[in-house]
Design a protein around this ligand. Structure first.
Ligand code: NDP
Length: 294
């Protein structure tokens, strides 16, 4: 078996041709890879076969076709259903199915028990970004470092790659941490639009102001990281917690005046108040991280 790092268009197998799997398949085919595909609903293989993919009748046949086997299924349970009884000995499994860190670690042990090397991935993109280098799409990978190195060139075809460590749970953890931060940001955006919704302010005119403001505030991510690593939460504070908690009253009162529910804001504000009540008014909001830990 040759080392795939030396091959520009290594052969591989892809299991799962949903929206994301299809986008991945198209990217590998466009780059000239010899791609074997399998999907539970067989009709989804047809456009890819027309584009040059090799169809496999069963998941076992698809796995047998190549050493590198990529999974892009709905969830962890669908992996069990797809690979039950399939011989994985000597295979290099790359799981791009979204998982939790614990699921990824358990899956790594499961793969090792079947004689396979394992790499977990967390895709930071939506399907239209796949195969488009300028889209900024990338995939977090973690697990067997030598496996990542062996297939780095192939894995970099659909999207950029970021290897985040040998712990197989780390790709999922990075993925979910970013998605969780995004969820909080989306909550803030929803609240902001709700505030202006009933007024003579066009959302499309407001949007660039909002996007620019969120971008300008990203410096706080780096400051929080610096404070967390140094343990000095009162270091280089720009807007102290006492002032911010006082300012929250204005945010809540404005929500009330505009007829907007404060429910997306109040859980975070309550944590800020708890930290202030514990005597940390000279810090900024980094201490909330400690309050969240159970
Ligand atoms: P889809 O719902 O479009 O496709 C799901 C795929 O899983 C299909 O191939 C489906 O087969 C298969 N599947 C579901 N259940 C089973 C099962 N029990 N046994 C075998 N196959 C099964 O999802 P996506 O392609 O969008 O997502 C795939 C993975 O990629 C997910 O883990 C998702 O979280 C992740 N992802 C998706 C993103 C997106 O924006 N779409 C972004 C980042 C990650 P069938 O065709 O037969 O139903």
């Amino acid at each position: 078996m040759t080392d795939n790092a030396l091959e520009t268009t290594a052969p591989l197998t892809l299991l799962g041709l949903g929206a994301m799997g299809t986008a991945l398949a198209q990217a590998w085919l466009a780059a000239g890879h010899d791609l074997t595909v399998w999907n539970r609903t067989r009709s989804r293989t047809e456009p890819l076969v027309a584009a040059g993919a090799k169809p496999a009748a069963t998941a076992a046949e698809a796995v047998a076709a190549n050493r590198l086997v990529v999974l892009c299924l709905l969830d962890d349970t669908s992996i069990d259903e797809t690979l039950a009884g399939v011989d994985l000995a000597g295979k290099d499994l790359v799981n791009l199915t979204t998982s939790t860190p614990a699921q990824a670690r358990a899956r790594a042990e499961w793969a090792a028990a079947r004689g396979a090397r394992f790499l977990d991935g967390g895709i930071m993109a939506v399907p239209p970004m796949i195969g488009v280098p300028e889209s900024g799409a990338y995939v977090f990978y973690s697990g067997a470092g030598e496996l990542f190195a062996a297939h780095a060139r192939t894995l970099a075809v659909p999207a950029g790659t970021k290897f985040v460590g040998e712990d197989p749970g780390f790709a999922a953890l990075h993925d979910v941490a970013l998605l969780s931060a995004m969820t909080g940001m989306f909550a803030g955006v929803a609240h902001a639009f709700a505030l202006i919704r009933e007024e003579d302010i066009a959302p499309k005119e407001f949007a660039p102001l909002l996007a620019e403001w969120l971008g300008a505030m990203t410096f706080s991510v780096h400051k929080a990281a610096d404070q967390l690593q140094s343990g000095e939460y009162a270091k280089e504070v720009v807007s102290n917690l006492a002032m911010q908690v006082a300012g929250n009253a204005t945010l809540l009162r404005t929500a009330d005046e505009q007829g907007v529910s404060p429910e997306l804001l109040t859980p975070y504000m309550e944590l800020m108040e708890r930290r202030l009540a514990a005597g940390h008014g000279d810090e900024d909001t980094t201490g909330v991280v400690d309050l969240l830990r159970r």
